[in-house]
Design a protein around this ligand. Sequence first.
Ligand code: SF4
Length: 298
Amino acid sequence: MLTGIHVLLTLKCTNECEHCFLHCGPSREATFTIGQLRALVRQIEELGTVSIVYFEGGEPFLFYPLLLEGLRIVRAAGFDAGIVTNGYWATSVEDALHWLTPIRDLGLADFSVSDDEFHRLDKNDRRAEFTRQAAQQLGIPTGTICIEPASVSPQAAEDQRGKPVVGGGVLFKGRAAEKLTAGLPVRPCEELTTCPHEDLLSPERVHVDAYGNVHLCQGLSMGNIWEKALRDLVRSYDGQKHPIAGPLLQGGPRGLVTEHGLAISGGYVDECHLCYTARKQLVPHFPQYLAPKEAYGL
Ligand code: SF4
């Protein structure tokens, strides 16, 4: 049952992080209007199963008045709310308190701050720390999202002893699949037969972008809420019949390659690396399901 909606308020961001699933950055434009947010929240109410709405991006604080109004709309509709930010705006704790006080007053169930080597300007960059300190002073429930650079270590599992594995928390989809995979150990295509991270049959949370795409995984769309209401999309969704999710459910990324007869072989760092590579080849054939094109760096 769908209980969480993550609003991609904008694909614009201050950074172009190498691990970003959606290829966000300063040149991206797709941003909700207030009218679109109102329409989305009405659709979420009609669905009747959602309890929490997150605002993320891109960087949602780039459109601060929109973020505040979105939060007001979501809270007035009775939903819990969360925000994910990189804290670029927190030039000091005192300044951050001014940004966050109106948000605290509207009520926030979760505030997540991205704080890792991908997001920091340099080792002296303390903006994420200032953000967290201000949020904690205001009593906002605050967490940190920390993705470490990919690391290679021997596999601990008994049956895999001695084989290298890639750790660090990076998932190799989006920009990460293109920028961070060089030189990492790979596994043969034939082994990549499951989707390890998403429930493509019965998703509990989806992302929605300003174009209306409902993402089962970044760039893999259930459908478009500006063409068909969210309630109808969710009720009629059958993962097994979806042209991309179906093969992924049946045989993972390898199944997707086989089903669509793609000329892909060799080794891939993980399931997501192969899945993203295959999906990018399929974008011209399934533009309504592999959207937006920005998620593929296009
Ligand atoms: S295997 Fe594909 S669908 Fe599953 S999490 Fe990775 S990129 Fe997403």
